[in-house]
Design a protein around this ligand. Structure first.
Ligand code: TPP
Ligand code: MG
Length: 329
């Protein structure tokens, strides 16, 4: 683990660890709830990738906009959506952040400028371009941060979006979560050039590749990029190398990868890495770690309890939130 941690204060390191633990434990509980059929539909877990959402979020302000994929529970929690509202959404309840209409893949909260959650691979990129263009035209001092997977890089929308973002010098931070697989398709059988950041550089974006398992490195890179963007340097691109420890979604036989590979990556997982470093450098006591785990468990228990007790939206609301009002005449 890099020595730059020595320059980060203890309280902040504990905060980062807690955020990653919140996401990990929240999703572990979601697995149980899924098996109990409290949560239905698709469920894609961020297990192993937590350092990216948590690290990048440290560079953003409340004015900035955030977009993510269908693997976005971590981004929503790290952005500051309450666990209650995210859990209720997982249950499909009216008190959920998307009114129970979105579920796991469509977490949304415009009050936090968290614009989803999108089931379409690469679907968030053109939306990010639109949001950043609007912010620029309205002279709002905001960065739009768009998270997406390596699978998005094979889509035309990726190339169109990067091109326009650079052409119009838009304030966008593109974060590619390169976990080596698009569902069951390995990067090397999908891409002629597997150095994703070079594709971004070819459109003129400032682009780099970093260790996405190291939350401090992620935070540092995101802060540098955001500060350049805020100073008018145009869009930036960070490829974060990472790995998902579980299957693509709840149903995945994982025949496309072997167990050794998974175990090797688990050894450098973001929680293990930071916890070990804190212990080795006498920056965390066992009781402090226990207190974090306990506080997270309580928060999750409360979120499950309130989601369970919440109502589903009444059927009279069925036609609300569609583009056109339906006339009775
Ligand atoms: C436009 C589109 N094509 C195909 C799919 C089906 N699909 C769902 S997830 C996925 C793979 C995406 O991989 P990646 O972007 O690397 O994200 P990861 O799951 O690894 O986080 C595909 C092809 C989709 N949802 N949208
Ligand atoms: Mg992927």
């Amino acid at each position: 683990m890099s020595s730059n941690k020595l320059h980060v204060n203890r309280i902040h390191l504990h905060f980062l660890l807690k955020q990653m633990i919140r996401i990990r434990r929240f999703e572990e509980r979601c697995v149980t709830l899924y098996n109990e059929e409290k949560i239905r539909g698709f469920l894609h877990l961020y297990n192993g990738e937590e350092a990216i959402a948590v690290g990048v979020m440290q560079a953003l302000t409340a004015e900035d906009a955030v977009l993510a994929t269908y693997r976005e529970h971590g981004h929503a929690l790290a952005r500051g959506l309450s666990m209650d509202s995210v859990m209720a959404e997982m249950f499909g309840k009216a008190s959920g952040c998307s009114g129970g209409r979105g579920g796991s893949m469509h977490l949304f909260d415009s009050s936090q400028r968290f614009y989803g959650g999108s089931a379409i691979v690469a679907g968030a990129l053109p939306i990010a371009v639109g949001i950043a263009l609007a912010d620029k035209m309205l002279q709002r001092q905001a960065v739009t941060c768009c998270f997406f997977g390596d699978g998005a890089v094979a889509e035309g929308e990726f190339h169109e979006s990067l091109n326009l973002a650079k052409l119009w010098q838009l304030p966008i931070l593109f974060i590619c979560e390169n976990n080596l697989y698009a569902m069951g398709t390995a990067l090397e059988i999908e891409h002629s050039n597997q150095k994703i950041h070079l594709k971004a550089a070819s459109y003129g974006l400032a682009a780099q590749v970093i260790d996405g398992m190291n939350v401090i490195d992620v935070e540092a890179a995101a802060k540098l990029a955001c500060s350049a963007i805020r100073n008018g340097a145009g869009p930036h691109f960070i490829e974060c190398q990472t790995y998902r420890f579980r299957g693509h979604s709840m149903f995945d036989t994982q025949l496309y990868r072997n167990n050794d590979e998974v175990e090797q990556w688990k050894k450098k997982g973001p929680l293990i890495q930071l916890t070990q470093w804190l212990k080795d450098n006498h920056q965390i006591e066992p009781e402090e770690l226990q207190a974090i785990e306990l506080a997270v468990e309580k928060e999750i228990d409360a979120a499950v309890c309130s989601a369970d007790a919440a109502d589903i939206e009444p059927v009279e609301n069925l036609l609300k939130h569609v583009y056109t009002e339906v006339s009775n005449g």
